[in-house]
Ligand binder design. Structure first.
Ligand code: AMP
Length: 278
């Protein structure tokens, strides 16, 4: 496995790697969720590249950039044992050089949910992913359903900008108690870690209600809110029942929907989602 820091080194390393090439973009502090993407890429591609970059452009000024967990040495060990071929670990200066002023923005899809709660977040995501696509020139890129809106936004960008790249979305990997794996879980204190199961409990309760015949968007949302209200330590930012394609909030009868949540527990902000009716 080759580890490179500069875009020039990456380009040189990529030159000799056979296609199809699979890319897994990450912010590091890798867990089984990330590794499931690497394994899928390994199965489907002749070469696999991973990026590890905590992208400052996708964090707001009051967000957790400075406390985002990192452990590069362990990440590289994990990736080496999963059979990655090349890992790019650019610095922020490498990614956004002096005079940097080019941004990629997806409009409508970023108006809702995470885009509404985290202003400028998706502009940072799409810009860095476009740069990763140009640098790695992958045939396929692997993303997690855990970040459902991100996958929709990246698909849109990929189509709109004519990137010849297949976007592959992999299922959310969870802990035994249902908590979606996330690098941010490491920042939860032991008591907060217990509370954090409330996201999946709320989503599961609404999904169960849907599966038992309830189709009213407002009822599904109220079910999630009721479970969240039982954990006063968990501050809900939003509980949403949205159209899985447009991400617009739904009302009335729904046939399929993306149920999603953003919850703050102490200083840690967590998101999760499930789909119903697919
Ligand atoms: P991150 O390092 O959080 O930016 O995540 C990098 C990639 O891994 C993104 O495509 C995420 O959606 C995906 N990912 C993160 N957590 C999970 C999980 N629990 N299950 C599946 N994919 C995940």
């Amino acid at each position: 496995m080759k580890t490179v820091e500069s875009a020039a080194e990456l380009r040189a390393a990529r030159e000799s790697m056979p296609n199809p090439f699979g890319l897994v973009p990450t912010m590091g502090f890798l867990h089984e969720g990330h590794l499931s993407l690497v394994r899928r890429a390994r199965q489907e591609c002749a070469s696999v590249g991973v990026s590890i970059f905590v992208n400052p452009a996708q964090f707001g000024p009051s967000e957790d950039l400075s406390t985002y967990p990192t452990n590069l040495a362990e990440d590289l060990e994990l990736l080496s044992s999963e059979g990655a071929d090349v890992v790019w670990t650019p610095t922020a200066e490498e990614m956004y050089g002096p005079g940097y002023q080019t941004w990629v923005e997806v409009k409508d899809l970023t108006r809702y949910l995470e885009g509404e709660a985290r202003e400028g977040h998706f502009r940072g995501v799409t810009t860095v992913v476009a740069k990763l696509f140009n640098s790695f020139r992958p045939d396929r890129a692997y993303f997690g359903q855990k970040d459902a809106q991100q996958t929709a936004v990246i698909r849109r960008m990929t189509d709109d900008l004519n990137f010849p790249i297949e976007i592959v979305v992999c299922p959310t990997v969870r802990e035994a108690d249902g908590l979606a794996m996330s690098s941010r879980n490491a920042n939860l204190a032991a008591d907060e870690r217990q509370v954090a199961t409330v996201l999946y409990r709320a989503l599961s309760a609404a999904k169960e209600l849907f599966n038992s015949g309830e189709r009213e968007a407002e009822r599904l949302k109220a079910e999630m809110e009721a479970v969240l209200a039982d954990e006063p330590v968990a501050q809900a930012e939003y509980a949403s029942v949205a159209d899985p394609e447009t991400l617009e909030e739904l009302s009335g009868q729904v046939e399929h929907a993306l149920l999603s949540l953003a919850v703050v527990i102490g200083k840690t902000r967590l998101i999760d989602n499930v789909t119903v009716g697919d």
